[in-house]
Design a protein around this ligand. Structure first.
Ligand code: NAD
Ligand code: DAU
Length: 340
């Protein structure tokens, strides 16, 4: 089978490319990525030169390019990771989120419609369900939970999901959607909570915790996300949505303190800063459908996963130091100005 994986130079897409190239030597994996600020070819070094892998630079919103690529490569499966993924950036610049996350998705769907495809898989997020209150630990997001978005990012992802389902119903495109909780693991861009806190703690810099740090996220190791997507593409039902999560809920403060403890750094590095506007309180996934129908179970729990992840950032300093010493340092100054 021939796969086009979009956004494969990013965090989860990059991990998925590694996973697929290693696990399925008989399949062809084409990594299509525009190499935005979040795309990094250094992430792909372990698979470069493999005969079942190739990288193509391109933008999923470029209709002529995408149609030409489908015509030339005739892919069997599309897995769409390509997106603007950072909530804070969506608050300062929503337009690019509409363009990439919504129009990029419809461009890919149009190409699937024109050329035929075995499966289009949309990598979505639990953020499309909005948030849950802290005082109702009995509540979880199921696939039936109504869409109820908070940020421009989550709104763009929910819009894309609606287009995916509309193309399935109206044009008969074979699709699936996965909605995963917060990921962590190797190769995550250091604007996101866990790698940001690891890199700053190692430099003895202040750790900016939004609000009071009580917001809860449901953390899943990226490897478990990749395994779930692989299962859904191969065994999941056409037209179905699957939630992905491993019941690893932790407050931001717990996560930050775990990192500080593992690195032998003091809690005094924590700095409470102005909250994120519209900040979602709690995410919590019910993964029962994925477990029951497809037999998925995660390999990592948060304790083992966070230890492995911290060790990866210690062992791969060059990878993230290149990022934080470049263009990203200007972003950090702008985004956290007067906060840390
Ligand atoms: P990321 O920001 O690390 O990577 C995104 C990748 O997409 C980058 O390589 C970037 O260059 C590429 N890209 C952006 N715009 C593009 C365009 N127009 N054309 C082609 N490529 C483009 O993101 P991530 O954290 O790896 O997230 C990947 C996907 O998973 C996203 O769709 C996101 O919504 C979803 N998701 C993320 C998480 C999480 O915790 N990070 C959880 C659930 C779902
Ligand atoms: O739930 C899935 C989503 O998880 C994905 O769809 C998104 O692409 C991904 O970015 C992530 O969104 P979050 O907003 O939850 O992730 P982020 O790492 O930005 O923040 C995690 C929590 O930490 C959140 O409550 C905000 C808080 N935070 C974040 C940063 C960057 C801080 O307190 N300080 C910070 O500096």
């Amino acid at each position: 089978m021939k796969f086009i994986v979009t956004g494969g130079a990013g965090f989860i897409g990059g991990n998925f490319v590694h996973y697929m190239v290693e696990k399925y030597p008989q399949d062809q994996i084409i990594n299509l990525d525009a190499l935005t600020y979040a795309g990094n070819l250094e992430t792909l070094q372990p698979v470069e030169g493999k005969t079942n892998y190739k990288f193509i630079k391109g933008d999923i919103t470029d209709r002529d390019f995408i149609f030409g690529l489908f015509e030339k490569e005739k892919p069997d499966v599309i897995v769409n990771f390509a997106a603007e993924s950072h909530v804070d950036r969506s608050i300062t610049d929503p337009d690019i989120f509409v363009r990439t996350n919504v129009m990029g998705t419809t461009t890919l769907l149009d190409a699937c419609k024109a050329h035929g495809i075995q499966r289009y898989h949309q990598v979505s997020t639990d953020e499309v369900y909005g948030d849950l209150p802290l005082d109702r630990p009995d509540l979880f997001f199921t696939e039936e939970t109504p869409l109820h978005t908070s940020s421009p990012y989550s709104s763009s992802k929910a819009s894309a999901d609606l287009f995916v389902m509309a193309y399935h119903r109206t044009f008969g495109i074979p699709v699936s959607i996965s909605r995963c909780s917060n990921n962590y693991g190797p190769y995550q861009f250091p604007e996101k909570l866990i790698p940001l806190m690891i890199s700053r703690a190692l430099a003895d810099e202040a750790l900016p915790v939004y609000g009071n740090g009580a917001n809860v996220r449901d953390w899943l190791h990226v490897y478990d996300h990749c395994q779930a997507i692989d299962l859904i593409i191969r065994k999941g039902s056409d037209g179905c949505i699957y939630n992905i999560g491993g019941h690893n809920e932790h407050s931001n403060l717990e996560v930050v303190k775990t990192i500080l403890q593992a690195l032998g750094k003091p809690d005094s590095l924590i700095k409470y800063v102005k909250d994120r506007p519209g900040h979602d309180m709690r995410y919590a996934i019910d993964p029962a459908k994925l477990e029951r129908d497809l037999g998925w179970e995660p390999v990592y729990n948060f304790q083992t996963g966070i230890r492995q992840t911290i060790q990866w950032y210690l062992d791969n300093r060059e990878w993230w130091e290149h990022i934080i010493s470049g263009e990203y340092s200007h972003y950090f100054e702008k985004m956290y100005k007067g906060r840390v």
